[in-house]
Design a protein around this ligand. Structure first.
Ligand SMILES: [Zn+2]
Length: 127
């Protein structure tokens, strides 16, 4: 079973900004490094991409930045970004640390909401 490359849309090449100091803003078509220009990726690559994408969506929903999540997992920002894009495997315990970070934020948010409710009620009853 083959999968169309999710990184280049199956085109085999990507349109990228070269960020050259001498020629700022120059764009070029480069061979896609994820599919090596074939436009096709393996099932393993596709699964890693999909898993990373789901994690990204969950992280964004909590408002946590890539930088903050990278710190919590103990990897560099560059490595974390690659992990979320499915280009680099997660380190041992990385997934657990990710889930723990999201769970902690979720609890904190609930407590904040609960505190707001209690404070409002205290104000109402105090008035
Ligand atoms: Zn590709």
């Amino acid at each position: 079973m083959t999968f169309s490359c999710v990184y280049c849309g199956g085109e085999g090449e990507t349109f990228v900004n070269m960020h050259w100091a001498s020629r700022p803003g120059e764009w070029r078509y480069l061979r896609c490094q994820d599919c090596d220009g074939t436009g096709v990726i393996t099932q393993v690559q596709h699964a890693a991409y999909t898993a990373g994408r789901l994690r990204r969506d969950r992280r964004v929903a909590t408002g946590l930045t890539q930088h903050e999540m990278a710190q919590r997992i103990g990897v560099s920002l560059v490595d974390y970004s690659q992990m979320e894009h499915g280009r680099r495997p997660w380190p041992e315990g990385g997934e657990t640390a990710f889930d723990a970070a999201l769970a902690e934020l979720s609890v904190r948010r609930s407590l904040r909401t609960l505190n707001d409710v209690l404070e409002e009620r205290a104000k109402r009853e105090g008035a």
